[in-house]
Write a protein that binds this ligand. Structure first.
Ligand SMILES: NC(=O)c1ccc[n+]([C@@H]2O[C@H](COP(=O)([O-])OP(=O)(O)OC[C@H]3O[C@@H](n4cnc5c(N)ncnc54)[C@H](O)[C@@H]3O)[C@@H](O)[C@H]2O)c1
Length: 334
């Protein structure tokens, strides 16, 4: 599947966070569609460390990369020595996905060190190599602002969201100072799809509810889940966005969602239809404050300036995802 006219064959492509959900999907996209591309993954992978919320410190997992034939460098964004291993390459494209992706980590020092400081280093590599830089921002930059969320009006509610907003501001300044560079930030909304399983409790509700249903447990949702609307975007459309972002009409930060908000109850209903069950839903109180209850990506500028045009409805995305949900049922995260 080609999303634009760029031939990535014989190009050197860095994917940071390439052992994670979105990064590994990008790696396989290039491997399958451009067999002569030289793909380099940089990821610290998962170790045995946990944050104080009990979740792993990073989610990169070797199982996401089984079948991948490119280079893999196990390295930490916070280590200049590890990053210097990238100097042996001259990159044409950089897809910077590595980050602490867990929105419920509140150790501010480690979040800003990991997500923000390293961004300067990667921008310097992009500048030195004259590489296109596409990086992951997030809808968490909007916090609880009312829908539709539009670039330029942000109000992050957690350190993670603020770290992504800082990245957008750095990218904006870097673009102004280096007008010849291509730098594009993609604010992903709620992404779901293949290779997210190893994000464990931070994976999407699509796979979590899918596995509850396969276990014949009643799907568990927060109270009022029929009124909590999110913009859920399928991984194939996120890959599309990354590829299209390589040839933007102009640098900038762009929302990546469907612009069609759906409820968590819709997810449970679609899964039940696909899996042929009719279980009751168990509702329980939402323990989280600062919970995003209404997201809808304004994608007007995404269409206009990078040509992003999502093609998967929630029904289509879940249908395409069902075989993997079934395959991973019963697997362990570790
Ligand atoms: N999945 C979503 O719904 C979503 C939404 C908005 C933004 N994002 C952003 O998209 C990007 C990819 O997200 P994802 O869902 O694939 O998450 P993920 O956690 O699966 O991937 C992130 C990868 O970064 C690696 N990593 C973490 N800390 C690192 C470090 N210090 N050094 C090197 N590697 C490190 C992890 O091992 C992991 O493989 C992230 O930047 C995330 O913040 C994701």
């Amino acid at each position: 599947m080609n999303y634009n006219n760029i031939d990535f064959n014989y190009k050197t492509i860095l994917i940071t966070g390439g052992a994670g959900f979105i990064g590994s999907n990008l790696a396989f996209y290039f491997q399958e569609n451009f067999p002569n591309a030289h793909i380099v993954i940089f990821d610290c992978f998962r170790n045995e460390g946990l944050f104080s919320n009990g979740n792993p410190k990073s989610y990169g997992h070797y199982k996401n990369l089984i079948g991948f034939k490119g280079d893999v460098i196990c390295g930490n964004l916070n280590s200049k020595i590890d990053l210097s291993k990238l100097n042996q390459y001259k990159f044409n494209f950089i897809f910077h996905q590595a980050a602490i992706s867990d929105t419920r980590v509140y150790d501010q020092e480690v979040i800003f060190q990991t997500n923000v400081n390293s961004f300067y280093d990667l921008l310097e590599i992009a500048k030195k190599d004259n590489a296109v830089m596409v990086y992951a921002s997030s809808a968490a930059t909007y916090g609880n602002l009312p829908a539709p969320q539009t670039v330029g009006k942000e109000s992050p509610e957690n350190p993670y969201g603020f770290s992504k907003l800082l990245m957008d501001q750095i990218a904006n300044r870097y673009s102004l100072e280096n007008p010849d560079m291509t730098i594009v930030g993609l604010r992903f909304f709620n992404v779901y799809g293949n290779r997210e399983f190893y994000k464990a409790k931070t994976s999407s509700m699509v796979i979590q509810l899918g596995h509850q249903i396969l276990n014949e447990d009643n799907p568990r949702l927060f109270e009022n889940s029929d009124q909590i609307y999110r913009d859920f975007i399928f991984i194939a459309d996120v890959v599309q966005a990354n590829i299209k972002a390589c040839s933007p009409i102009k640098n900038g930060t762009y929302n990546i969602g469907t612009s069609i908000p759906r409820s968590f109850k819709d997810i449970a209903d679609i899964l039940q239809k696909e899996l042929g069950t009719n279980l009751n839903i168990d509702y329980f109180p939402n323990p989280y404050s600062g919970y995003q209850c209404n997201t809808k990506a304004d994608i007007t500028s995404s269409l206009k300036y990078i040509g992003f045009n999502p093609s998967f409805s929630l029904e289509d995305g879940i249908k395409a995802y069902i075989p993997e949900i079934k395959k991973l049922y019963g697997e362990k995260y570790s």
